[in-house]
Design a protein around this ligand. Structure first.
Ligand SMILES: Nc1ncnc2c1ncn2[C@@H]1O[C@H](COP(=O)(O)OP(=O)(O)OP(=O)(O)O)[C@@H](O)[C@H]1O
Ligand SMILES: [Mg+2]
Length: 632
């Protein structure tokens, strides 16, 4: 492959990979390009490289070997030409075969070297990616609240890929290139000083061109990454929200918006391509000028200088060509090195994140009192954002086996209470006790084993109905899953779907209706069979008919268990022992259904509104979406 061909291949291969790697970063986030070399980053990177260091050393050794074989090749070529010119048949055959062996040998070396280096790189990057994912699991929910998903995905994919390019694109081969360059200059000087100096007369010009283009193409490259991020973010949002776009007939407007972004992306790409082509052409030109001036001088002074022979000229031509090959790659490798360092910087920034989920056990294990409550919030104050209180001085005690319902307007803080009981967040003031022990003093995994949760936003994972119900088990138990479905009266519903319990569930459960998803979440909670159940809006998406069926099952689930039920449908919660009414982060009323009705306060008002709606449903014969009621 000729030098320009190689270059062209290197660029075309790289470009689409880069674009795909950078997914959905928030587009306002500037893609800062970091330093090329950063000792502290390399030090932190080393643990990931260390297990593969043997491969890398072997690869680098092969690289040096390769550089030296390439140094010998033009010399051999010169000898072959010389033999041919003199008509020395035997010597020509011998050196010709030797040359062929050298060429084949260096290709084999090159293959081995590239392969070993890339294997080492791929392994190191897989380790790093796995470390990033493991770290995600440790991060606290607070961190996820404030970090866009796209950015986290980029950490594990784009940034790791950028770093991996160090190995994949052969940036480390630059070491071999440098050795090769120095070697070429030395050999040429040794062969013929004057001719070498003439040959490199155009070299200063190369330096000027390379540094000129490098700066501009780096700027273009940086802009491409910003624009890619922007394009991805837009696509991401539009595809996720396609239902809204179509429902509101926003297609044309969105297409126009996209065209604007797409066009600016195209423009900056064009600029980058221009500079790359310019660099290629300029280097090609300079290398030709070098060869030409060398040839000119050789021809000019050959009569008076017997040391300038035809084979020498052939050898020099080859060396000059060989010299410029890595020079043109240098600019590209420089950019890759920069983006690799930026990737590394971002990944380690993530690892430095302090907001990891506290593993707890601050005060070690403490014996719980025998009469301890299942869940107890004691003077709890909590806010998601500093200065915006979500719960204020909330005290709530749920005895073992007791069933308590939380009701209140939207945003009152009901789901937050459930999150705190599970220690998805830590309180700002007061304390949360589960089974009589502060949640911060308990092993979080053990503590959560007591809970089965039906969250407000049901989340199904890609898999099957069975794998989603039995999510708490390594291998889900089919009989238990069926039993769970039967208990909630949804067995037939899922059995009659194609595949039954093995019916596929798409990502996020997209192929199931909201009600079906909720039923599955319900079955999931039943399957887990825990002492405490937390049901957040468990029946909101179920029609009244199914709801009535489920009511019995619900009662069965709650029987013998501690239950925390959060519901807008007051009909669901008539069976509970106690109802706690929330308003703007405060508990405003507590009591049984009858007690609260007779109080004629917030609860009574909520109840009157719901009753009106239920009457409406009877007329309509189906579910009406829950009306948000404000108690004020
Ligand atoms: N992750 C979060 N980050 C920031 N604020 C939040 C977060 N989750 C909830 N909030 C805010 O905290 C308040 C209480 O939310 P919560 O989810 O507990 O309400 P809720 O009573 O469950 O409401 P709903 O009946 O609508 O489910 C709301 O004002 C909400 O905007
Ligand atoms: Mg809620």
């Amino acid at each position: 492959m000729s030098a320009p061909e190689k270059r062209a291949n290197a660029t075309t291969k790289k470009a689409p990979k880069k674009a795909a790697g950078k997914t959905s970063r928030a587009y306002h986030e500037e893609e800062a390009i970091g330093r090329v070399y950063d000792a502290s980053l390399l030090r932190r990177l080393y643990p990931f490289i260390r297990p593969h260091v043997r491969l890398i050393v072997i690869s680098l050794a092969l690289l040096l070997l390769l550089a030296s074989t390439q140094l010998v090749r033009p010399l051999l070529m010169g000898r072959v030409v010389s033999h041919a010119a003199k008509g020395e048949g035997d010597a020509l055959l011998r050196d010709g075969i030797l040359l062929a062996v050298f060429v084949v040998g260096s290709q084999v070396l090159s293959f081995l070297q590239t392969y070993i280096m890339q294997v080492a790189g791929a392994r190191a990057m897989a380790d790093l990616r796995s470390e990033v994912f493991a770290f995600f699991q440790k991060l606290s929910l607070r961190y996820f609240d404030r970090t866009p998903v796209g950015r986290l995905v980029t950490r594990a994919t784009g940034d790791v890929d950028a770093l991996g390019e160090l190995f994949a694109s052969g940036v480390l081969n630059a070491i071999g290139d440098l050795v090769g360059l120095v070697g070429i200059v030395i050999v040429m000087l040794a062969l013929h000083v004057k001719l070498s100096l003439i040959a490199f007369v155009a070299l200063p010009f190369v330096l000027v061109v390379v540094s000129f283009v490098r700066r501009r193409s780096r700027d273009a490259f940086r802009e491409i990454r910003t624009k890619t991020a922007r394009l991805n973010a837009f696509l991401n949002e539009q595809v996720s929200g396609i239902a809204v776009v179509q429902a509101y007939a926003r297609e044309e407007k969105m297409q126009a918006d996209f065209d604007v972004i797409n066009e600016s992306y195209r423009e900056v790409n064009k600029r980058s391509i221009f500079y790359e082509a310019l660099l290629d052409a300029a280097i090609e030109m300079v290398s030709t000028v070098c060869v030409a001036s060398m040839l000119f001088w050789a021809g000019f002074s050959r009569a008076g200088d017997p040391t300038i022979t035809f084979p020498l000229v052939v050898t020099f031509t080859q060396y000059i060509r060989q010299f410029f090959e890595p020079v043109s790659l240098l600019a590209q490798r420089y950019t890759i090195l920069q983006s690799a360092m930026t990737g590394a910087e971002r990944i380690f920034e993530l690892f430095d994140e302090k907001d990891v989920e506290a593993l707890g056990r601050k005060n070690g294990a403490q014996e719980a009192a025998a009469d301890a409550a299942a869940i107890e919030l004691s003077n709890v104050s909590f806010s998601y954002k500093p200065g915006v209180p979500t719960l204020v001085d909330v005290s709530l005690r749920i005895e073992k086996g007791e069933k308590v319902a939380l009701v209140g307007a939207t945003g009152a803080g009901k789901s937050t209470v459930a999150s705190l009981a599970l220690r998805l967040y830590d309180v700002n003031e007061g304390k949360v006790l589960v089974m009589g022990r502060d949640v911060r003093d308990q092993d979080r995994v053990k503590m959560r084993e007591s809970f089965a949760v039906v969250p407000q936003d049901v989340f199904l994972f890609a898999g099957t109905v069975l794998s989603n119900i039995g999510i708490s088990d390594e291998t889900p138990n089919r009989a238990r899953a069926e039993e769970a479905l039967r208990q909630i009266g949804a067995y037939e519903l899922f059995e009659k779907r194609e595949g039954g319990l093995d019916a596929p569930v798409d990502e996020r459960g997209a192929n199931y209706s909201a009600g079906e998803r909720q039923l599955l979440a319900f079955a999931r909670a039943l399957y887990r069979d825990t002492p405490i159940v937390v049901l957040d809006e468990a029946t909101a998406s179920i029609d009244s008919n199914t709801e009535r069926k489920m009511q019995k099952a619900l009662d069965a689930v709650m029987a013998g268990r501690t239950a925390l039920v959060i519901a807008h449908r007051l009909s669901t919660i008539r069976a509970v022992d106690r109802i706690v009414v929330f308003h703007k982060g405060h508990i405003v009323e507590t009591g049984t259904h009858e007690e609260l009705l007779s109080k004629n306060g917030v609860y009574a008002r909520l109840h009157r509104l719901q009753f009106a709606r239920e009457k409406l449903e009877k007329v309509a014969g189906e579910s009406v979406s829950p009306i948000e009621v404000s108690p004020s």
